[in-house]
Design a protein around this ligand. Structure first.
Ligand code: FES
Length: 141
């Protein structure tokens, strides 16, 4: 019996938005020291909205599905809403994960947040946003 939902298997077998973005506005990397899995997230931002997200990953089936689902949750969202995407949001979008695989969702959520922080640190003043927003976000991670 498969331990994964049909949605997890679909994302694992047909991962969405795999790859890299040339001249990405933000890049974030995150690895799980327990298992050695690793994710690199690229974001493209237009008018405070996530225009594109892509990723490169070395990981288990659940982490690949989580990264794929994260991109679908993120593209089209404004920066504030994208920054609020959580592990639980990713798990729910996949119709659940086995308890021992829930930690894999952190790869997607944290990788995304790090890419957004990278964006804020590079471009926040160009977009007229407050400089201390980037500072507070960096401090949270
Ligand atoms: Fe490493 Fe899933 S077992 S992220």
């Amino acid at each position: 019996m498969n331990i994964y939902s049909k949605t997890v298997m679909d994302h694992f077998q047909n991962p969405r938005n795999v790859g890299m973005i040339e001249n990405a506005d933000g890049v974030g990397e995150f690895g799980d020291p327990e298992c050695g899995d690793f994710l690199r997230v690229f974001v493209k931002v237009e008018k405070n909205t996530i225009a594109d997200v892509k990723y490169q990953i070395r990981g288990c089936p659940a982490s690949i599905a989580c990264a794929s689902a994260m991109t679908e949750l993120t593209i089209g969202k404004n920066l504030d809403d994208a920054m609020m995407i959580t592990d639980d949001d990713i798990v729910n979008a996949l119709d659940g994960l086995p308890e021992f695989k829930v930690h894999c969702s952190a790869l997607g959520a944290t990788g995304l947040q790090k890419a957004l922080v990278d964006y804020f640190q590079k471009y926040v003043s160009k977009d007229g946003m407050e400089r201390d927003i980037a500072g507070s976000l960096s401090g949270d991670l």
